[in-house]
Every structure is written in C-alpha cells, then in structure tokens.
Write a protein of this length. Structure first.
Length: 266
C-alpha cells in the first residue's frame, strides 16, 4: 500500500484533474473536475487520496483491487474496461485507474478519522507509536499471536505474508498466546521488516535477503518443503472461511514446527 501511494503521488500529486469517472453506484454522479490532487497517504492497508476543497478518496484493495497510473497519452487496454471503478485524468494527460476496487468512498478530509480510529499504529507513518502497538496487542494475552498480528486494530499494515515470516524470524509458533511472546521485540522486528521492504530498492516482500525466485521467503508458500534453517518440513493449514471474529476463522498459515515451537493449530 505504501508503494502504491508513492506511485499515485508520482502520477497525480500537484496536478489538476480534467476528467473523473466513479463507476460505483454510491458516487456515480461525483465530479472532481478542476480539483488539484494534494497527495496520497496510507494507514495500514487504507489509501487516502486528498484533493483541494477538503475532499478525500478512500480506497482499500482487499484481495483483488489495484491502482495503476498510465504514462501521458497512454490508454487502458480494452480488456480492463469492465474492471475500472475509478478513473482520474490529469491536465498532463495522465490516467490513474482503480481496478476491481472493492472499497471506494468519497468523504470530507476532516472525517478520515472515521476510518482510522479503530486502526492500530502503522510503522510506515511518521506518528508510529511502538509502545501503543505493544499495549494493543497485549490486551488479550491468551489470543494466538497469528490472529493478533493480523488484526489491524493492534498493529496496522501486516498482511498474511508478513505475519507468517515475522513469526518464523522471531521463533514463535503461530498459535502461541500473545502473552508468551516478547511483544516489544516482536513489534520492533515487524517495524524493521516493513521499513526495509519500502526502503531497499528491489527488496519488496523478500524476507530471507535472497531475491532469487523461490528463495524469497522462509516459510510462506513453502508447505512440505524443508525449512531453510533446520531441514524439517514446513507445515501448512489452509484458510478457514468463517464469519469474522468466530473461533474457527483464520488465514492460511505456514510454519516450521522445529524452529517455531508452540501449540498445535485448533
């Protein structure tokens, strides 16, 4: 999300909109023509594109959404037309397209807090507060750490890949209770991993330090393969589709049972 925001800034920030098209029922009649784009910020997985006049476009990619910015004069491929949810055109003939975007919301900039109030601290924001993240994550000491880290109300910004890799690096089994981990070190490592992912050119989501295809991750996506540290086979449990907040809801999880001792999955 942080990289997406920077890409939107490079294409839109400081430029005036000459064309807008919102292809969602709620904002189908909205027209931002003539407004200047001030910039895009992130909080966790949420994107906030701000415009002159105190207006913000809030988007969230979830699993399928995507923002793309086209070079001046370039037009989207015909095959993408049905995927466009938002189109923003600038005075330099650039187009920014929100594709398959599940969350599209126009709101007063002053009301952004409605979206962010429940979110935990974000390591990539200037207002990052590690102590507050530790406090929030530790509120329920018995909660499995994998679920706590994925809950954006504790620490905003960690996706499933980062949580699986973080727990391997720290040596915690995914279903270890939060109270049985060293939360300050866990939070500090999470922040360091995210910051390195956006500051080291070409690093992206590489967690092993080896960007070669097939070598990027410790456990994520490596079910049944030998652990890179100990050789024990990496284990995997699939995602369980259940209502959010129920005991059986979970994301797909990978871990090494030797390097990450702890309780078995429920």
């Amino acid at each position: 999300m942080w990289r997406t925001a920077r890409r939107l800034d490079r294409g839109l920030a400081g430029r005036c909109l000459v064309r807008t098209d919102f292809r969602v029922p709620r904002h189908a009649t909205a027209d931002l023509t003539g407004r200047r784009v001030l910039g895009t910020e992130t909080h966790g997985k949420h994107l906030f594109t701000r415009f002159e006049g105190g207006l913000t476009l809030h988007t969230h990619l979830r699993m399928d959404g995507e923002w793309t910015v086209l070079r001046p004069g370039k037009r989207p491929a015909v095959r993408l037309h049905d995927d466009v949810r938002v189109l923003l055109g600038t005075d330099e003939d650039r187009l920014a397209l929100a594709l398959r975007m599940p969350v599209v919301e126009l709101l007063p900039t002053a009301d952004e807090h409605r979206v962010t109030a429940a979110l935990g601290p974000d390591p990539l924001r200037p207002d990052w507060d590690a102590a507050e993240a530790v406090r929030r994550l530790g509120a329920d000491p018995t909660r499995p750490v994998v679920g706590a880290l994925l809950d954006q109300r504790g620490l905003a910004g960690l996706g499933n890949l980062w949580v699986n890799e973080l727990l391997f690096v720290r040596g915690h089994g995914p279903w270890t209770g939060v109270g049985d981990t060293d939360l300050p070190k866990l939070v500090a490592t999470a922040a360091r991993m995210l910051r390195q992912s956006v500051s080291v050119r070409g690093n992206g989501q590489v967690t092993t330090g080896d960007p070669r295809p097939g070598h990027e991750h410790w456990v994520y996506g490596r079910a049944g393969q030998p652990c890179r540290r100990c050789g024990v086979l990496v284990r995997y449990v699939p995602e369980v589709q259940a209502p959010a907040g129920t005991p059986n809801a979970r994301r797909a999880t990978w871990w090494c049972p030797h390097c990450q001792p702890g309780p078995e999955p429920p």
